[in-house]
Design a protein around this ligand. Sequence first.
Ligand code: SF4
Length: 460
Amino acid sequence: MPREISAGAVIYRIENGIIYYLLLYYPALSHRAKKDYCDFPKGHLESGESDVCAMRREVAEETGIKDLKIVKGFRETIKYFFVVGEKKIFKIVTFYLAKTSTKKVTISSEHTGFSWLPIGEAVKNLSFSNSKKILKKANAILTKKPALEKKKNKIAKALILMSGGLDSMLAAKLLMAQGVEVTPLCFKSYFFGSDAAKKAAAQLGLSLRVVDFSDDQFEAVKKPKYGRGRAINSCIDCHLLMIQKAGEIMEREGFDFVATGEVLEERPLSQNKRSLDLIEQRSGLAGKLLRPLSAKLLRETEVEARGLVDRQKLEAISGRSRKRQLELAEKFRIKDIPQPSGGCILTEKDYGDKLANAIKIKPELDGNDIQILRSGRVIFEGETLIVVARDKTESEALPQLAKKGDTVFLPENFPGPAVLLRDFRCKLTAAQAEEIGKAYLLKFTKKISDTFKIKVDRIQ
Ligand code: SF4
């Protein structure tokens, strides 16, 4: 029986820590495939040629790639029969594994296209099961190498974003269970605090780092690049900002990677596949951003490929059901399970409307302006903001927030609310401001005697 001997290569390159494999698309052939198919570069040995020389020559002819570095220890052979006319031919193809730094591919006329794909997609695209097997073996070799790194007692160091919710606690626990040294990092701003995160970190026995990113986040609220949620919240921009800042700390302080408690499809806007990919790419942390709760559903990261974290011990959670999270909470003995509420006031429609209105009047709002919008009943009269306290606590706190230019109104001889008037554009005379502020104080007072007195304090 006639024999045909060929050689080919599983070619890969690494970009941003991700391994991409080169696949070629072939037109249908009468013998091996009746349809167009996808496979590795390969071709016949010429007379007297070794299989390595043939592989290099074929790869250069089929792809234009000439800088192959062969990975030692990988040599796989496949054997099959095919029929041409009446003849049955026995074919042997030997594959090598080779690295290139060349991204540009110039295909020959024998092919219809090419693609560089990460492992999951590459396996899916290959047409033949024996090629899929070879690729999986090659990938195992490439991703196993750094496991040695771990054996050399390197303890991976991760910075984990901790919101205070159960998801980030579990993500931290999954890493800690693998021996990763975890440092929780929480962001706080005008719109949310760090108390929940502190509590969560304490429950895990970790000490929390807190970064105030109020001004940066406010800029993202004013001009979001990636849209808003149901209220004024621009979660993708906000998340991207947090990850970028975490990445800066990672680089500066020698952490190996950043992790989050994000769960695929848990939030429709910011946790779908596209948003997670976008955040990973735009944050500059491609390959170094790990989402332990959904890792098995996402592309393998450099962190997993290098063996710093065992992918098999991570999770494949998707969607809004909390079932798996609750199982894990039990497994990790997390007793005080935080409620799944975000605690970010930007997600509240009512507050978002007030903030949007205030931004329209004065885009350069400061922290005090933002805080005052949540310090009582908020009313806009044109470009003037009036805040009326709703209870005793607010009545005591409101005057403390007054700043230069504000007018504060306090009932002197009757029970009533404190009122603060802030004329954003300084258009009112003192008399006009007094008239408006007093009117609101009286409007929200239940009983007024004829002898009422209101203290008016204009802050200089
Ligand atoms: S809910 Fe608030 S803190 Fe969380 S990502 Fe959205 S805007 Fe940022």
